[in-house]
Design a protein around this ligand. Structure first.
Ligand code: TRH
Length: 393
């Protein structure tokens, strides 16, 4: 038996990361591996914000070659050859029974959250037999090292980003299209995507009062009200709501110019990361995409109860800084820590700014190294093939 049909199950917990990861994977499995993919989603409203082609009130629709279905209708579905459960979201019981009833049992994958912690490699690909039914689920851990499931990366991504990063005119046209602005070559371009962060107003002050001209592309997100409040406190209008503000002069305070962006399509968000000199990212998917852009990054990690996210942050920093120079490593670690602690990012900014040239070189090396490994979609399908050929694995 080979894999031709794949069902992906996605529950939107909050924010965009869960559906963001599933949507990229679904499109890639269709476009690059020729699978028939159905994405079962419990919240089409969030999905529709991420992907403009998705309608919220339609039971079955097709976008980018992916069949998109409402989660609740999966109770009547015929099980696919490959079933990917994203982030332990538990497909409906009736669907799981349909999996068990198939003559050839499907490959059942639990696609886990990304972590650089050592235990992820040890847990990657481990089986978990179903307590009652003749089914085995396998854990699939994304990661940064060869012993993990790798990272989602489309085959043509680097060509696209490389062409874009080598072309000043393509970048100028991009800035015009997404923000209506001309961006000076000498300005330091920063994209800002974060959660609420008490360190943000102080950082904006540091940028406004610094010597370097800064162009900050503010994405849609939970950090927006804080920036608007900061501007209001400075007596500067933010230009109104989109799309009207795209045609007004951008707000400027001191050396800092701000462009408020609408929620971009994922492909445009990738270009935004590639166009900037420094990217503030959060969660999981934007964090990975910033690494594909091969530019320095600041990560606002998704906070978990009882500080469960802290070892995750420390593990990534340890790995990322292994081959980084001492000055750059110190500046990066201090800034990331201040961003996580939500205080003191302004005081750490000058050191990070000074370290940017070294961090830029490091980002390129880091990305090149990651790219030498197969991507997550390819590793997943090799894993399925091996499992089907040798079910005892
Ligand atoms: O939205 P997030 O905070 O998602 C988080 C994390 O995934 C976290 O691990 C998870 O547990 C929690 O959700 C429930 O950040 P993330 O992962 O970066 O996802 C954002 C997605 O939105 C990503 O696919 C990039 C995309 N995006 C756009 O497509 N356009 C945009 O303009 C922006 C700002 C983001």
């Amino acid at each position: 038996m080979s894999v031709t049909r794949c069902d992906i199950f996605c529950k939107v917990i909050d924010n965009y990361g869960d559906i963001g990861v599933c949507w990229r994977l679904a499109r890639q499995l269709v476009a690059e591996h020729g699978l028939a993919v159905c994405l079962w989603v419990d919240d089409l409203a969030v999905f529709a914000r991420l992907e403009g082609g998705v309608a919220v009130d339609v039971a079955v629709q097709e976008v980018a070659g992916v069949r998109i279905c409402r989660w609740r209708d999966a109770v009547q579905a015929e099980a696919a050859d490959l079933v990917i459960e994203a982030f332990a979201c538990d497909p409906p019981e009736a669907y799981v029974r349909a999996m068990a009833a198939r003559a050839h049992r499907p490959v059942w994958i639990n696609l886990e959250y990304l972590t650089a912690e050592d235990w992820a490699a040890g847990s990657h690909a481990l089986p978990s037999p179903h307590p009652r039914l003749p089914l085995v689920k396998h854990f699939f851990f994304p990661g940064f090292t060869p012993a993990t499931g790798g990272l989602i990366r489309e085959t043509r991504l680097f060509d696209t980003l490389h062409i874009f990063q080598s072309s000043a005119s393509a970048q100028n046209a991009f800035w015009q299209r997404i923000s209506g602005a001309c961006v000076a070559d000498e300005a330091l371009k920063i994209s800002l995507f974060a959660y609420e962060n008490a360190a943000l107003p102080g950082l904006l002050d540091a940028w406004a009062n610094g010597e370097r001209e800064i162009f900050c592309a503010v994405t849609a997100g939970r950090h927006l009200p804080q920036i608007e409040a900061w501007l209001a406190a400075k007596g500067v209008a933010n230009g109104g709501d989109m799309p009207a503000r795209a045609h007004r002069p951008l707000p400027q305070v001191g050396r800092l110019r701000l462009a408020f962006l609408p929620f971009l399509a994922q492909q445009d968000y990738d270009l935004l990361l590639a166009a900037c000199d420094l990217n503030f990212v959060r969660g999981e998917d934007s964090f990975v995409r910033a690494q594909w852009a091969a530019r320095p990054l600041v990560w606002h990690i998704y906070q978990q109860q009882e500080g469960a996210h802290l070892p995750k942050l420390a593990a990534f920093l340890a790995l990322y800084c292994t081959t980084l120079g001492e000055m750059e490593s110190r500046a990066l670690r201090k800034f990331w820590q201040a961003w996580e602690d939500e205080q003191g990012a302004d005081a750490c900014w000058p050191a990070l700014l000074a370290a940017l040239p070294g961090l830029q070189k490091h980002a390129q090396r880091w990305t090149k190294n990651l790219v030498s490994e197969p991507d997550l979609g390819s590793k997943l399908l090799i894993f399925c093939k091996n499992l089907l050929e040798c079910p005892a694995l």
